[in-house]
Design a protein around this ligand. Sequence first.
Ligand code: FA5
Length: 343
Amino acid sequence: MDKDLENLKKQALSAVQAARSVAQLDELENKWFGRAHGELTQLMKGLKDLSPEERKTAGEELNHLKVALSEAVAEKRGVLEGSAWAVAAETERVDITQPALPKKSVGHLHPNTLVQRDLEDLFTSMGFMVLDGPELESDYYNFTALNIPENHPARDMQDTFYVKGHKNWVMRTHTSPMQVRAMQKFGAPLRLVVPGKCFRNEATDVRHEHTFYQLEGLVVDTHITLSHLKGVLEAVARHLYGPATKVRVRPKFYPFVEPGINGEVTCFLCSGKGCRVCKCSGWLEIFGAGLVHPHVLKEGGIDPAQYQGFAFGLGVTRLVMLKYGIDDIRLLESGDMSFLEQF
Ligand code: FA5
């Protein structure tokens, strides 16, 4: 073999041995066999300038060199690729003897929220809009606009938390203040519910909390009667507790409705036999309701000669007790994780 070719072969083979990666091998291949500037490619192209005798010998030698280099590269490529797999297998090895990591605890919705959202879905399916109202409310919307003037004994029905130094602001005692706010904003006809937190200065017991949830409902339209009200509330009770649920309605005084009623369902704990939760009556009160008082419609800017309305305030926390069989309302806001984790 020509001396120059002999040297080229030596250098090339030792470069293949020295290569440490597949990328380096690719570079070498390009250096020798590259179409435009590869060293061997150039030599092949030069054959045409030789005499036929010289071309034959040189051509054979170049071909042998090409085969030798290609084989050396292929062999080295196999070695490098094999060791890359081995490295990956080692670094990505899964240690099946490692103890499991502690399970991350993920929170969930509070039962009050579950029932509230369920009711929001039910009411939107009946064409009601869902509104939000302020928890810190003006004395005017919480009482006065609802036909409960200052110093009237009806205010004693709902004692609340006042804000020090701001006697005209109270923590709302019910969701009813949104009745007049909504009438003033949207006018008639109206169909809405307002879920939210309420506050009362209560001596707490198994049925009463100082902080609890209500869901207000208000419908204002022409030709509204008590039957519409009863129909809606029965639909709510059946939706929550099944088609056999009984609702008992009795007269009750609320200054902002005329007539006023309250509604009870069969006590979940004693199935109507009488127990400490239902004060031995067999029934649990879940809402107050009635036909909107003409004074309240007027306060909302609606003409009572043209429109009537019904309103109700569902005790959502009581509905939660009934749905899940909770025998003490105070558990719901207690922050007791062993209780909350059951939902
Ligand atoms: C009211 O709050 C009226 N705003 C309801 C109303 C709305 C009447 C529209 C007429 C028209 P009452 O104080 O009865 O009414 O409360 C309504 C419901 O809230 C009760 O039936 C009860 O389920 C629940 N509730 C009242 N006080 C508490 C309390 N301290 N803890 C838990 N739930 C309560």
